[in-house]
Design a protein around this ligand. Structure first.
Ligand SMILES: Cc1cc2nc3c(=O)[nH]c(=O)nc-3n(C[C@H](O)[C@H](O)[C@H](O)COP(=O)(O)OP(=O)(O)OC[C@H]3O[C@@H](n4cnc5c(N)ncnc54)[C@H](O)[C@@H]3O)c2cc1C
Length: 446
């Protein structure tokens, strides 16, 4: 058989693990693995809330692709189109002209994007919480709001600065909200001008429950814990507008806020619209449990998909169920997919992916957490400890594990850094302020 070109679109949880396994398990004369991602790193998203809260260095919650995937060809760029009928993908590298990349097998794993709605002011005033850039920005922004509130004499400005709104009560939203509140409360010890009661942290959730991943009991427990900490939890409530920073809720309440974080779910990556691959009504690539792309009953030879962008049947659930978008499924599907690609290349049959969702662990700030794993319910410190142990065991590479553990160990002895590095977001400002502009030439051009 001719040497296979395996193109991996996206080096997230699915792409990184699949590429790693393929490059280890296939001989170089059997296949070449090409990985395309706009970022030079994989982001371990479950660590984003801890990175935003300053418990882990943001650099340690990402995995450098060139270090981890030494046997693969890395292309920093974006796949903008897939023409599977011709087996080519259009790749736009970070610089230079777009080019066609031919392949024999393709792994489609661009993941998901925030699922947003046409709400007035949302585009202009809100931020998502899915990327390392958003996590770093949010940390600097929240700490900057404390500086603003401490400096101003105007009560309205202070109230806006100290009002933080999170929309969406899944694990991304709840962990981000709880970790950021914990960090801000910690930081207040250095702000004699401010008191914890001055801050207002609001969660807006459209349904009647939060954290569905840990079950109704533990979701209700989390609500009680957050309310006890003074957070304002609005269930059964929707964000109707945030134009000009004025938050209007469906329960009739309205207030001004300088921080609005949107974490209300995800949808399959829109790049998939520019492919000829079959998709379901939610825009996900339709798959068999073998992770082969399927069009009706027909397997689309050479095309594979998994993770947030794929509709993969959940063989452990009721008929017609699909695997939920989670790192837990993504990583396991990636391994199964790599084994299946190897099997097909070597002329064997692929095996179906089967994994019963084990449950979830969520951190609610330092030493606080909630978990439900294989029916066992944990809360408080044991759940938080389990969250850390689980994710430490899951983040790829020994190098990252060691760095994360060192961050946590240092935090046992040294208080966390609570200083805003907001300048990061406008690095040229101070230099350009002191640099004179070249005066316009007088007289007629020569
Ligand atoms: C804050 C947060 C906390 C979470 N916590 C948990 C948790 O505790 N437990 C859990 O199980 N799950 C958790 N998740 C969900 C989990 O992270 C996702 O389900 C998982 O990342 C999905 O993996 P994926 O490979 O499909 O997508 P991703 O990991 O998002 O990877 C997609 C990759 O594709 C790249 N890409 C995008 N477009 C293109 C393109 N056009 N061309 C090439 N590459 C492209 C992206 O840059 C990215 O690297 C969390 C998510 C978030 C946001």
């Amino acid at each position: 058989m001719k040497r296979q070109r395996i193109l991996v679109v996206g080096a997230g949880h699915v792409g990184l693990y699949a590429a790693l396994h393929l490059s280890r398990k296939l001989r170089s004369r059997e296949a070449e693995v090409i990985v395309v991602d706009p970022q030079p790193h994989m982001t371990y998203q479950p660590f984003l809330p801890e990175a935003a809260a300053g418990n882990i260095s943001p650099r340690h919650s990402v995995v450098p692709l060139r270090r981890e995937l030494r046997r693969c060809t890395i292309v920093t760029g974006e796949v903008t189109r897939i023409d599977h009928a011709r087996r080519v993908a259009m790749v736009q590298p970070v610089i230079g002209p777009a080019r066609e990349e031919p392949y024999d097998q393709i792994i489609v794993a661009p993941g998901s994007v925030s699922r947003t709605l046409p709400i007035p002011g949302l585009k202009e005033n809100a931020v998502g919480f899915k990327t390392i850039g958003e996590a770093i920005w949010l940390r600097n922004h929240v700490l900057e709001q404390l500086d603003i509130a401490a400096a101003t004499a105007d009560p309205h400005t202070r109230r806006c600065a100290l009002t933080f709104v999170f929309v969406g009560g899944g694990y991304a939203g709840i962990e981000a909200l709880a970790e950021m509140e914990d960090m801000a409360r910690d930081a207040l010890r250095y702000y004699p001008e401010l008191h914890p009661e001055d801050m207002r942290w609001v969660l807006v959730e459209a349904t009647r429950r939060i954290l569905p991943e840990v079950g109704p009991d533990m979701g209700a427990y989390t609500v009680r814990q957050l309310v006890r900490r003074g957070l304002d939890i609005r269930l059964d409530t929707r964000l109707e507008s945030c134009a000009d920073g004025l938050v209007k809720l469906s329960d009739g309440d309205s207030f001004a806020a300088d921080t609005i974080v949107w974490t209300a779910g995800v949808k399959a990556h829109p790049m998939l619209e520019r492919t000829d691959l079959p998709r379901d009504d939610r825009g996900r690539v339709t798959c068999r449990a073998t992770l082969q792309v399927v069009d009706g009953d027909r397997v689309v030879e050479g095309a594979w998909s998994a993770g947030d962008c794929a509709a993969v049947p959940d063989l452990t659930g009721p008929p017609g169920a699909f695997c939920s978008p989670s790192a837990q499924h993504a990583v396991r599907q990636a391994r199964r997919m790599a084994d299946n690609i190897r099997a097909v290349i070597r002329g064997r049959e692929p095996v179906e992916y089967r994994h019963r969702y084990a449950g979830s662990v969520a951190s609610l700030g330092l030493h606080k957490g909630v978990a439900q794993v294989y029916g066992i319910k944990l809360r408080g410190w044991p759940a938080w400890f389990m969250h850390r142990t689980y994710h430490m065991s899951r983040i790829p590479s020994l190098n990252r594990k060691v760095r994360v553990v060192v961050d946590w160990t240092l935090a046992l002895f040294l208080k966390r850094e609570v200083v805003s590095l907001g300048q990061l977001h406008e690095p040229r400002e101070s230099f350009s302020e002191v640099t004179p502009a070249v005066p316009a030439r007088s007289g007629r051009p020569g």
